[in-house]
Design a protein around this ligand. Structure first.
Ligand code: NAD
Length: 394
């Protein structure tokens, strides 16, 4: 069997999640290529060596440029903050490496446009690029999309999506990279709002055409990080305080091109909500509800049933006939967060082996970036903003 030799950049949260998936993907699924965990890259020699040993990588490196230049690497997996995505992805694509890039694709539309153009150009050389919106690969989400595509809820009228976290409620939580525009691009909007934008467009098959938004930054100054302090804090020995330069929360109304209207809310100030990603669709023939805190379930209201039997039913999405589930356990044995990455890598490997484009493509991710940009411009202007179409944009 051929190999897919992977070089991964970044080894913290996403690096660990991706490592787990690279380790398991060929054990869970029968695939045409075998993923080989060739090298992991960080900036600190000692830390990246320890990460390589812990996460199961054959080797380690301290310069991603050297990884990209290696002849024995087929795919570069980008698990670093947004300010590095463009540079690493462009170099990897130019070097003929397939690229998997974490979301959001970039920090600005200009960067995302350049990356999508480079991916389109690389495609003509058989080089593939994918953006890692992993929630698409939750089996219940894939089932939701199938039920919509099969017409089971009819014409979609409403899309209601929230992504709620609470890890920065404490005003003394440090100024980690996710709170800095120069590193993260935006705040809750790009970090978690991007997921619900992608997810709702994926399950409905409809694209957002315009938005009316507001954003808020509740805590405008925070202590500089001095040591590891929760989600992705990187200590740099600094003291004092610095400005928060991103949104803490983003809310917006949207129209979709299939006629649906939508509401979105992304915040890291929803006290008590840890990773509350919830999407509800209301259609002319029924409704569907997905809640990540119950990720093995899908709620379905089928208005085609006799009125005496109507009601929300809870589908336990663990049958072998459900998307991805034949690879796992007997029916009724749930899976978890990490499986979304394994599923994502299965789809990526199959696409590469088949000479096809994996999804979401960089063009798909550019379209999400255009929505995020429209949200920011709408909030700044207190006005409705149309979303540029991605095809015209590439
Ligand atoms: N798909 C998801 O559900 C999901 C979840 C969390 C994060 N993300 C995305 O993944 C990316 C990384 O986020 P994270 O939570 O893993 O961050 P993190 O802070 O936990 O890890 C970032 C890693 O990148 C490394 N790094 C930073 N700059 C680097 C450089 N120039 N060269 C080499 N290494 C560098 C850091 O040392 C660290 O290992 C972001 O784009 C984020 O939005 C996606």
């Amino acid at each position: 069997m051929g190999q897919l030799r992977v070089g991964m950049v970044g080894y913290a949260f996403m690096g660990a999640a991706h490592s787990q998936a690279w380790r398991t993907v060929n054990r869970a699924f029968d695939l045409p290529l075998s993923a080989r965990m060739s090298v992991v890259c960080g900036r600190d020699e000692e830390k990246v060596a320890a990460a390589a040993a812990k996460l199961g990588w054959e080797g380690h490196a301290t310069d991603w440029r050297a990884v990209v230049a290696r002849d024995d690497i087929d795919l570069v997996d980008i698990c670093t903050p947004g300010d590095t995505h463009r540079e690493i992805a462009l170099a990897a694509l130019a070097a003929g490496k397939h690229v998997l890039c974490e979301k959001p694709l970039a920090n600005t539309v200009a960067e995302a446009r350049e990356m999508a153009a480079a991916a389109a150009q690389a495609r003509s050389r058989g080089v593939r690029a994918m953006c890692a919106f992993n929630y698409r690969r939750v089996p219940a989400v894939a089932l939701m999309r199938k039920l919509v595509a099969d017409g089971r809820i009819g014409t979609i009228r409403h899309v209601r999506a929230v992504y709620l976290q609470d890890w920065i409620v404490d005003p003394e939580f440090p100024l980690v990279w996710r709170l800095r525009r120069d590193v993260a691009g935006s705040g809750a909007l790009g970090d978690i709002g991007a997921h619900i934008v992608d997810l709702t467009q994926y399950v409905t098959g409809q694209s957002i055409t315009g938005v009316s938004a507001l954003t808020e930054t509740f805590v405008r100054e925070r202590p500089l990080p001095t040591a590891a302090a929760g989600l992705s804090a990187e200590g740099n020995g600094s003291t004092g305080r610095g400005p928060v330069t991103v949104d803490d929360a983003a809310l917006f109304l949207a129209r979709l091109d299939g006629g649906a209207v939508a509401t979105y809310e992304a915040t890291r100030f929803a006290t008590g909500r840890k990773n509350g990603l919830r999407v509800e669709l209301n259609g002319s023939l029924g409704s569907l509800v997905f809640d990540f805190e119950r990720m093995n379930e899908l709620e379905f209201y089928d208005a085609a049933l006799p009125t005496t039997e109507q009601g929300f039913s809870r589908i336990l999405v663990t049958e072998p006939d459900h998307p991805y589930m034949a690879a796992w356990w007997p029916a009724g044995h749930p899976i978890g967060y990490e499986h979304t990455f394994t599923h994502e890598f299965r789809d990526l490997i199959e696409a590469i082996a088949a000479g096809q484009d994996p999804t979401p493509s960089f063009a798909d991710a550019l379209q999400v970036q255009l929505v995020l940009d429209a949200v920011e411009r709408s909030a700044a202007a207190s006005a409705w903003v149309d979303v540029e179409t991605a095809l015209a944009a590439v």
